[in-house]
Design a binder for this molecule. Structure first.
Ligand code: UDP
Length: 387
């Protein structure tokens, strides 16, 4: 093995940000990933038949209001001016998301102005006080009232989480704002765009550093190689971004995760749905949404007669499935506390990222959290020796 001062387990945004920052500080960093490609779930690749860039693990949209994260990202890629919009199908009609004045007026067959709409929704939401809302269902009803909740949130959430919405954290829904204007930008953030040459090119540029070595198809939790858990922990600082429960061999019981299944299809049409993401709000459709990748890059010369779509299905992750979303029920939160306790006593191992902290982090949050780890927690690790 080449000299390593630090091992990073996982080459997603969290791991690669730590790797790049630490390499810049002068450390020799080895990054391992059990998959045969870099980038974690942000990985994208050209579809073999059409050349259309496909996000293999579901659509990834970059957005942030954090100026430092935006500046950092722009060191490795430029961004297109793409602005994300999502529509949803409900009982044979298409509505704009997030819920806005357009959605409200279409749903109630009305022509309300902002103040009238606010009043209507306030009346419908009056059964609950937003401050007291303890779970996803209460939070949603307190924000948008029961009729809109039942149309656009209840059944989609049931498909996405298969968990009683009263068991889910209110935070999940606060990701989706309600607007009393016709603005249907999906994200509120100051900065938004897609990496001009794709996600994989962006992450490869982060890895392209003389002090970073990336080893793929190398599973930290498999023994029998020189970068396994038992060969490295205690010998050099380790940043671990895999699932927190798996690191500890599920001793406290497994944390529950949702996984996604994707059904990719090339269709002989130039445009299938006229937009990049269409949600399916009703329970009779088994998938949650359809992505049509050509719409992420309207500036590219893609074939005019073929398009790639991907239907997304959500289910509970079994032992060997890829974990995507922490379910975060009350039982999970209790287990999480015990895992955090174990993590604290694990010498020179730093847990980060969506899987390593069991938190629903977006890409920009993973980058911000990695930057903060490098600033605040890793300097102590620098005093350790390397192997
Ligand atoms: N959600 C919903 N209906 C929709 C879109 C989202 O009920 O049409 C809820 C659902 O519970 C989902 C959450 O809002 O899990 C967050 O949605 P977002 O689109 O931000 O999720 P992601 O893209 O990360 O899966």
């Amino acid at each position: 093995m080449t000299r390593a001062d630090m091992l990073i387990v996982g080459s997603g945004f969290f791991g690669m940000t730590v790797a790049e920052r630490m390499a810049e500080l002068g450390l020799h960093v080895v990054v391992i990933d059990r998959r045969d490609h870099i980038g974690g779930n942000a990985f994208s690749e050209p579809d073999a038949e059409t050349g259309i860039e496909v996000h293999r693990y579901g659509a990834h949209l970059f957005h942030t209001s954090n100026g430092a994260v935006w500046e950092y990202a722009n060191r490795f890629t430029t961004f297109t001016p793409y602005v994300h919009h999502v529509y949803t199908k409900h009982r044979g009609e298409v509505y704009p998301l997030p819920i806005n004045l357009g959605t409200i007026n279409q749903f109630f067959r009305s022509a309300l102005g902002p103040e009238q709409a606010r009043q209507l929704i306030a009346e419908q939401a009056s059964e609950l006080n937003s401050e007291d809302a303890a779970d996803l269902e209460q939070k949603a009803i307190s924000l948008i009232g029961r009729p809109l909740y039942e149309a656009f949130i209840r059944d989609y959430t049931a498909k996405q989480w298969q968990t009683d919405p009263r068991e889910l954290s209110a935070d999940v829904i606060t990701r989706l704002p309600v607007r009393y204007t016709y603005d249907n930008r999906y994200f509120n953030d100051r900065f938004e765009g897609l990496p001009t040459d794709g996600y994989t090119a962006w992450i490869e540029r982060m890895a392209d550093h003389p002090r970073i070595e990336v080893r793929l198809s190398t599973d930290f939790l498999d023994e029998g190689h020189d970068l396994s858990k038992s060969a490295t922990v205690g010998r050099l600082p380790v940043v671990y971004t895999g699932p927190l429960d798996r690191y500890f061999d599920d001793v406290e019981g497994p944390l529950s995760w949702r996984t996604l299944d994707f059904e990719r299809e090339v269709l002989p049409v130039g445009d299938f749905q006229g937009t990049s993401v269409m949600n399916y709000a009703d329970p009779d459709v088994p998938y949650t949404r359809i992505h049509e990748f050509r719409h992420f890059h309207p500036e590219r010369a893609y074939p005019a007669d073929r398009t790639v779509i991907m239907r997304e299905y959500s289910r509970f992750a079994q032992r060997d499935d890829e974990p995507y979303y922490p379910v975060n029920t009350a039982a999970d939160r209790e287990r999480l506390l015990r895992y955090r306790e174990l993590a604290r006593s694990e010498r020179d191992v730093f847990f980060g990222g969506r899987l390593g902290t069991y938190q629903y982090l977006d890409m920009h949050m993973a980058i911000a959290s990695a930057m903060s780890m490098v600033q605040n927690r890793l300097p102590e690790a620098l005093s350790l020796g390397g192997v």
